[in-house]
Design a protein around this ligand. Structure first.
Ligand code: NAD
Length: 491
């Protein structure tokens, strides 16, 4: 199948053995820009044989890469970091184009990728092992060893940042990797491969196989892959966790979210309003850390009015990007309409948004829904759009109960000026990441990122120090050189 002439970029290729390889797949999907519907590229649904070839390339690269010292490996990533900085504007433009977010949001994604790489560069300071004389003349030593070929399966909402959550740490720790980008945004990872090559990464250490469900299932089943990290929706996160652990792989699988913000009557109104509006609309609400439900405890009418004022200032096509697809726009608008039908009140309505000159773009304006009840779908489910559902409660206990009963557990945040009340929410919220007067409580490096409940399956977080445990296995060596050492039941 030849590419349409109007396509801006060439067709997306797989990458293994240090070279871009055109897929032999007969099945290709169009890649279009959510900004204006422009045809960007086509992405292959790669075959099982192509995955095998990439795994073979990663396996043979593992031999020498895993034997190099971590000090040597980080040198590549110091250079990769400089290249991310050097090409920051190009990378930003590509993320904007394929994902639809704003320039500032995409720029932040590049900056965060740099920060993630800097963390990986600090790994030699973090992974020195342990050593102790455990009985007279007998020494125990613990060292981190890489796992082998690992896989990283990523979602559409951060085409550059989420791949950089996993790739630098896993590689610096001596693994080789197969990356499976989202078929909706496969272009940024192509650029990543080029930069890694320019940074001097040996061929076969980083590989890309494009595709969708079939490739993911083949990764989970593949006997040559030791560990799978997944980031995406809860439905798929569960399937990936079950399937890859069933084939005896290590797996950490991050799912969707329904993040609750507790707003208490003593909250600072201006700070709360700007934070809530920014959290619900940033990246068009397509962040797993976005505010999605607001628990309004007691009388916070004045703060709600200010949130609406802030939301109205956010202009689609200017400081609000597009949502990823026509399907996503329809799904988000359907949620709003259902809430209205069920008796909720739409205070700010983002349905039917069209941006002048970008009529084929997929935009949804900021939407504030009040008087939502806990059983409505907008209160329970992930909407993944610039929408906040306000649930009113009389007490903090009632609000905490609602948050606790939601099956997700990525993030929660509380807005208050009372340290005691804030601490109650921090302790009692059933979420892995909690914010106090912060709408998007993303832990930055070196702290690790990961939710609880249906927002994460597996035991480790995906970034930070916790990821070291995921990407390595421990070797415990006990040594005795001194023949005079006493022999006892332990030696
Ligand atoms: P998605 O689950 O649809 O896709 C994620 C990956 O899984 C993609 O690479 C896709 O090709 C693959 N995939 C899709 N359907 C599959 C199937 N049936 N079987 C096997 N593989 C399949 O997610 P998305 O729409 O790309 O991303 C948005 C979701 O990701 C949201 O739910 C969001 O909350 C979540 N997310 C979570 C985090 C987190 O840290 N918890 C971070 C970013 C995004």
């Amino acid at each position: 199948m030849s590419a349409p002439v109007s396509m801006k970029y060439g067709r997306v290729r797989n990458y293994y053995g240090g070279a871009f390889v055109e897929s032999k797949s007969g099945d290709w999907l169009d890649v279009t820009s959510p900004l204006d519907g422009a045809a960007l590229s086509q992405v292959p649904m790669s075959t099982a044989a192509e995955l095998d070839a990439a795994v073979e390339s990663a396996k043979s690269a593992f031999e020498s890469w895993s034997k190099s010292t971590i000090k040597e490996r980080v040198q590549v990533f110091f250079r990769y970091r400089s290249l991310l900085e050097k090409y920051s504007d190009d990378l930003t433009a590509l993320v904007v184009e394929e994902n639809g977010k704003t320039f500032d949001e995409a720029k932040a994604e590049v900056e965060k990728s740099i920060e993630l790489t800097e963390f990986a560069c600090s790994m030699p300071q973090l992974v020195s092992g342990e050593i102790l004389e455990v009985s007279k003349g007998v020494e125990c030593r613990v060292e981190h060893f890489p796992l082998g070929v690992v896989a990283s399966i990523v979602p559409f909402n951060f085409p550059l940042m989420v791949p950089n959550w996993t790739m630098p740490n896993a590689l610096v720790l001596g693994n080789t990797m197969i990356m499976k980008p989202s078929e909706l945004v496969p272009l940024s990872t192509q650029r990543m491969a080029e930069l890694l090559k320019d940074a001097g990464l040996p061929d076969g250490v980083f590989n890309i196989i494009n595709g969708g469900k079939d490739v993911v299932e083949n990764i989970c089943d593949h006997s040559g892959i030791e560990a799978v990290s997944f980031v995406g929706s809860t439905k798929v996160a569960k399937l990936v966790y079950q399937r890859s652990t069933n084939s005896l792989k290590r797996c950490v699988s991050l799912g969707g979210a329904k993040n609750h913000l507790f707003v208490l009557p003593d909250a600072n109104p201006a700070m709360t309003a700007t934070n809530v509006a920014a959290s619900m609309t940033g990246c068009a609400g397509q962040r797993c850390m976005a505010a999605s439900a607001m628990l309004a405890v007691g009388n916070v009418d004045q703060i709600i009015d200010q949130i609406c004022d802030e939301a109205r200032k956010i202009v689609p096509g200017k400081n609000l990007g597009a949502v990823i697809s026509k399907d996503a726009k329809e799904r988000i608008e359907r949620y709003i309409t259902e809430a209205e039908r069920d008796g909720a009140k739409i205070l700010v309505d983002g349905r039917g948004t069209v941006v002048d000159g970008k009529e084929s773009g997929t935009y949804v304006g900021p939407t504030v829904i009040d008087h939502v009840t806990p059983e409505m779908s907008v209160a329970r489910e992930e909407i993944f759009g610039p929408v906040i559902s306000i649930i009113r409660t009389n007490t903090l206990d009632e609000a905490i109960k609602i948050e606790n009963e939601n099956p997700y557990g990525n993030a929660a945040a509380v807005f208050t000026q009372s340290g005691g009340l804030a601490r109650q929410v921090v302790e009692r919220a059933s979420a892995g990441m909690v914010g106090v007067n912060i709408g998007v409580p993303v832990p930055r490096e070196p702290f690790s990122f990961g939710g609880w409940n249906d927002s994460r399956f597996g035991t480790n977080d995906i970034t930070g120090k916790s990821s070291i445990e995921f990407w390595t296995k421990l070797k415990k060596t006990t040594t005795k050189w001194n023949p005079e050492s006493r022999t006892n039941w332990m030696s």
